[in-house]
Every structure is written in structure tokens, then in C-alpha cells.
Design a protein around this ligand. Sequence first.
Ligand code: AMP
Length: 308
Amino acid sequence: MNLITVGTVAFDSIETPFAKKERVIGGAATYIALAACHFTKSCGLISVVGDDFPVAVLNEMNEKGIDQQGLQIKKGEKSFFWAGKYHYDLNSRNTLVTELNVLANFNPVVPPSYSTPDFLMLGNLAPDVQMRVIDQIPARPKLVVLDTMNFWMNIAMDELLKVIAKIDVLTINDEEARQLAGEYSLVKAARKILDLGPRYVIIKKGEHGALLFDKHNIFFAPALPLEEVVDPTGAGDTFAGGFIGYLAQSQNISFENMKRAVIVGCAMASFTCEKFGPERLFEITRDEINDRIEQFVALTDFEIYVEE
Ligand code: AMP
């Protein structure tokens, strides 16, 4: 398998200053896999849902090339549920409800066909579950990317730090990078995070784009200025899915190629914001994706002559 994604598959209730929707399809792994499958057709999913999760959605994901041998469906149990409310700037939100449900006793099992992935995406999930997946993969993948959030920092920081020590790329939003590093400056925070183990850190800044750091370099990609942001939920996960999907397709993990992958991640995230839930990720075509990547190139392309 080229890419394995671990993370939540869930229901979300979302409120923005402009609209509200109850129980739309959500979950970190849902967004990641739906973004990545546009780039690599060898995608496996490790997650858990209750029997309340619509089979039709799982079938649609399967049709997109997302293999589900690693997805457990628990009879008589409820899927993970998250509710969030966005502030007026849509860049910040409050979590209203997190119901772990099936996630509370989730024991991930890596199927034999998933045991040698080239790329491993540890999406937002309990750090001990992320670790149990790493432990079941005997040969180290080419690249391991981890995404997490404040919820896990608040309740499982020690376990999270152990996972962070084992991965190559951490993707995290600006507020969470500050919390993890105890530094306000994102440059200092990134440096401290790199000292925890990863070779790269990507700090996501919502509508202000994303920063990629390694020990020696910084790269910045803007977010596409959209006329209307309907729902930013899942944008961070979609970014991660586009990022790792592109790397998995190109099999090139140099810093130069990661810069391209960051642009692809930002382009994919812009689609997610256009409708509630992952709806756009189901419908977009390769041509639309390519057009959007071109828009990014145009957005930051300029010539300048500096007088001697
Ligand atoms: P994002 O907007 O990219 O941060 O991701 C939002 C998605 O993360 C939603 O679809 C939620 O279902 C999922 N989510 C929210 N809280 C958690 C959590 N504590 N662990 C795992 N996934 C979560």
C-alpha cells in the first residue's frame, strides 16, 4: 500500500456566523483520505465507526479508491461526534462537544496488506492509538506525517510527545504550535518542535496559509482568497491529505518537493471550505485541482528589479 491514513471518521455539527448544520460527515481521516485519493490510488484507511455511520458514504469512499480493510464497524455503537462553533473571522472556533463513543475503546489493527506502507499519515486521534499503529508496522515507512490538536495536548501530552519523537513531519495549527512549544513566536515554536524529533514542521494558519520549516529553511504558502468560506471544518486535514497524497504520488521527499506538496495541500483545503463537510472532495475533478494549483502559482508570481 502506498499510503495508510489513520484518524477519525465521524459526524460533525457545525455552526458558523452564517449557517448551521447538524451531523454532517466529518472526521480527520475522512478529509485526509478524500484529499489524498486524488493523487494516489493505493490508499488504506485505519479507523472505527459505529453502525450509525452511513454505508452509502463508505461505498462512495471505496469508489474513490479508499480501501477499508482497516476500518472497524462496531455493531450497536455510536460513531465519534464533534461539534464546533466558528467565530466571525472563521479562523478561530470553539469545540462545543467531543463524544469519543467508538473511539474510547478503539484498538487499531493493521491488516497484513497494510503492513509495508511507503507513506503513513497519522491523522488527529488519540496518541496511544497512533503509537499502536506505528508499532504494528515493522519496516519504517519512507515518511510518517502526524497531525494533532489541542484536545490531545490537554489530556495526553506525554503520549503525544512519545509519538512526536517517532515521526518525520508534524502538521499543527498556529495556536497549537504555541501551546506545544510554549512560545508565542512561530519561528521559535517551530525550532522547539523540531528539537522534539520531527525533521519538518508545518504550521497551518487557516486563511493566512501555511509555513513549512526544517532546521535550515522556511517556506510560506498563502491560502487562496475565496469569495465565500462556507465551512472551514476539515481544511487542516484536507491540507494534510493533499500534502501527503502529492508526496506519495511523486515518491520524492526532498524539501523542494515538500514546497510543492504544501501548495497542493493549500489548494485542496480551499475546496473543502466551499461547502459544508467533505462534499467538495467527493465531486472535484483532476482538471479543477490542476486549475486551482495554477491559481496558486499566479497568486504569488511576480518579477522585481532592485536598483543597485
Ligand atoms: P480540522 O478542521 O482540520 O481541524 O478538522 C476537523 C475534523 O476533526 C472534524 O471533522 C472532526 O470530526 C475531527 N475532530 C475534532 N476533534 C477531534 C479529536 N479530538 N480527535 C480526532 N478528530 C477530531
